[in-house]
Design a protein around this ligand. Structure first.
Ligand code: 5AD
Ligand code: SF4
Length: 513
């Protein structure tokens, strides 16, 4: 080796050492596989709130000249997580792209709630094999609920070697470190904390729209319904502090947002984990209703924790809308018991009765699972009869899907698929009938619509939603997008309404749109 070569080699070594030295402190050195068993534990430790989280300046500029693409599966919580992930990418200097072919980082934000949600993700990952072959420098990542499952991580390790990074729902703020490690390492980078992390405020986020915004009020779920994977993938219930939520909603109002949806897996448990103050969802809604923003919603509710004070606050109306999504899951008390829902058919109906007395015009919608282990024809009929009795205006209906690691997955999945499908079909027919009926009531009425944009099906008409979440299409000028308008309903369909613009609601000059 001549002198020149020696010098070159020592310089290369120096760069390599420097890279390792500079960044190794940021990396998780040992890979610990995710464990649903660990995730099940509920400790008593206090939650730490990080109010001044900042991305380490060492990582800034990492994405200069690079593009990211994110595909999101599943619920609104995931959609909102994607807004945070996108915010982190932008802070690092990346730009976003809708074209997966030109992306330098491709991320799948996944959902684990049912098997078909998982299959979609694996299918999509399969498509990325060719992208990786054509461009080995592209980074392919998996995050969201599926990455919390050990079986999924093992399957990816075994069969999907096009994947470069896997990170969990509690590791989102670690994305800069994970990306940097992926650039420096030849191995798949896996960082999944099974135990929930702290509450991290002030993460950057890019909101998808300028009219409606999501605001997390709590994370996790402690309900452990026997079929559900969420308490394992999202950890224990952690509520954000009221002042942080109020400040975020105020800021959204001042930016011109018209509607906020408060998010949590079980929003009615909001505040239960505070040990220094008694402040629950009713209190939060009572404070938020004073903010100058036209509409505030919340999702998802659990009937068990839906208290009288919340109902009382909702009757003050104003910006608190008349739509309550109240998953019932089954109309049979014995099924509810097997599902560990912690209420009976009668208790659910009693809650509905109270809501209806307080808010007679409230739209009630729900989630239902059919074909849960041991569900008899009679028990399914109880679901049908409860649906009619409540008069739900819409429902998300599902065939039970066993989730490994949950108590229900240990029960025999003993309802044949054709029976499950028949039940779903019958239920969906009822859902359609009652939806059409609920829509019919709007005929000739004048309703307030938040105009969201051109209709997806026909760009000549505008589309928006009523306070009760009914889709309304009507002709009008594009300038009123983002505004509240009064619309007279002229035609009702099963899933939407058609109408004529009467007038734009006066006094909407708050913020800029
Ligand atoms: N199988 C089918 N549906 C499920 N849900 C949750 N877990 C499962 C499962 N294992 C449904 C419930 C819940 C909604 C978000 O998804 O109805 O309310
Ligand atoms: Fe799952 Fe039940 Fe928690 Fe909802 S309340 S997220 S269904 S465990």
């Amino acid at each position: 080796m001549n002198e020149e070569q020696r010098l070159y080699n020592s310089q290369v070594k120096e760069v390599e050492n420097k890279t390792e030295k500079d960044y190794s402190q940021y990396f998780e050195s040992v890979y610990v596989p995710p464990s649903l068993k660990e995730a099940k534990k509920r400790g008593k430790e206090d939650i730490t709130y990080h109010k001044d989280f900042v991305i380490d300046p060492d990582f800034l500029g990492m994405g200069n000249g690079r593009k990211f693409f994110i595909r999101t599966f599943g619920c609104q919580m995931n959609e909102h997580d994607t807004e945070v992930i996108a915010g982190i990418f932008l802070s690092l200097g990346y730009t976003s792209t809708d074209n997966v072919q030109e992306a330098n980082v491709i991320l799948l934000n996944t959902c684990a709630i049912r098997e078909n949600a998982e299959n979609k993700v694996f299918g999509e990952l399969g498509h990325y094999k060719k992208i990786k072959r054509d461009n080995p420098d592209v980074i392919i990542g998996v995050c969201g609920c599926m990455s919390q499952e050990e079986s999924v991580v093992n399957k990816i390790l075994k069969t999907y070697n096009q994947v470069d990074i896997i990170f969990g729902t509690h590791n989102i703020h670690r994305l800069p470190n994970i990306l940097m490690e992926a650039y420096l390492s030849k191995e798949m980078v896996i960082e999944v904390w099974s135990k929930e992390g702290d509450v991290i405020e002030s993460l950057p986020r890019v909101r998808r729209g300028k009219i409606k915004a999501w605001v997390n009020i709590m994370y996790g779920c402690d309900k452990f319904c026997t079929y559900c994977i969420v308490p394992y993938t999202r950890g224990k219930e952690r509520s954000r502090r009221p002042e942080d939520i109020i400040q975020e909603v105020r800021q959204l109002a001042s930016q011109g947002y018209r509607e906020v949806t408060l998010l949590g897996q079980n929003v009615n448990a909001y505040g239960k984990d505070f040990n220094d103050l008694t402040y629950r969802l009713g209190d939060l809604m009572n404070d938020l209703r004073l903010i100058d923003i036209p509409r505030i919603r919340f999702t998802t509710s659990h009937p068990r924790d839906f208290d009288d004070y919340l109902i009382e606050v909702l009757t003050k109306r104003g910006n608190l809308v008349e739509h309550i999504h109240l998953p019932v899951q089954s109309g049979s008390t014995s099924m509810l018991k097997l599902m560990a829902r912690k209420y009976s058919r009668e208790q659910y109906l009693e809650l509905v009765r109270k809501i209806k007395i307080a808010l007679p015009d409230a739209a009630l919608t729900t989630d239902i699972i059919v074909g849960f282990p041991n569900e008899t024809d009679e028990q399914f009929e109880e679901t049908m009869s409860l649906y009619e009795e409540v008069g739900f205006e819409h429902a998300f209906t599902y065939i039970y899907s066993p989730r490994e690691g949950t108590p229900a997955a240990k029960m025999e999945d003993n309802i044949p698929m054709d029976i499950k499908k028949q039940r779903l079909q019958r239920l969906n027919n009822l859902v359609n009938d009652l939806s059409a009926k609920a829509m019919h009531v709007y005929n000739e009425q004048i309703v307030e619509v938040l105009v969201e944009g051109e209709s997806r099906k026909n760009s000549d008409v505008l589309a928006g939603y009523t306070r009760t979440s009914k889709l309304v299409n009507f002709a009008g000028p594009n300038e009123i997008i983002g505004k509240l308008a009064m619309v007279k309903i002229t035609k009702t369909k099963t899933w939407s309404l058609e109408g004529e613009l009467i007038e734009v609601v006066a006094g909407q000059e708050v913020g800029v749109l």
